[in-house]
Design a protein. Structure first.
Length: 111
């Protein structure tokens, strides 16, 4: 981790460094730190679907389902047929008891 931190200090605009560090944070189950890096990536590239998906995953692991839903919705604004986002948004809606939204999302999923 120290090497990646040093690399970021040398080049704060290199998205690959943040992607690698956020991946490590996620694997270490430090979801808050991972979210910080995904936020940085998304501040540079707001349409980075990979970072949106990963940040949504972290929010869901922290039971921040509304934030996860927001990220999955942002993905669907970029790719309206993203099955992964539809499926996981439905799960997040289920977790907060919005069953009508679960049905709507489930109907849109095409396998």
């Amino acid at each position: 981790m120290e090497n990646i931190d040093n690399a970021i200090k040398l080049d704060e605009n290199n998205i690959l460094f943040y992607e690698n560090r956020s991946y490590l944070w996620r694997k270490m189950e430090n979801y808050l730190k991972a979210i910080e890096d995904y936020n940085t990536i998304l501040s540079m590239f707001s349409d980075n679907i990979k970072s949106l998906i990963n940040r949504a995953f972290c929010h869901a692991k922290l039971e921040n389902y509304e934030s996860a839903i927001n990220d999955y919705s942002a993905i669907l604004n970029l790719e309206d047929n993203n099955t992964h986002a539809l499926y996981n948004r439905a799960i997040s809606f289920d977790k907060i008891g919005k069953l009508d939204e679960v049905k709507i999302n489930s109907l849109k999923i095409q396998f």
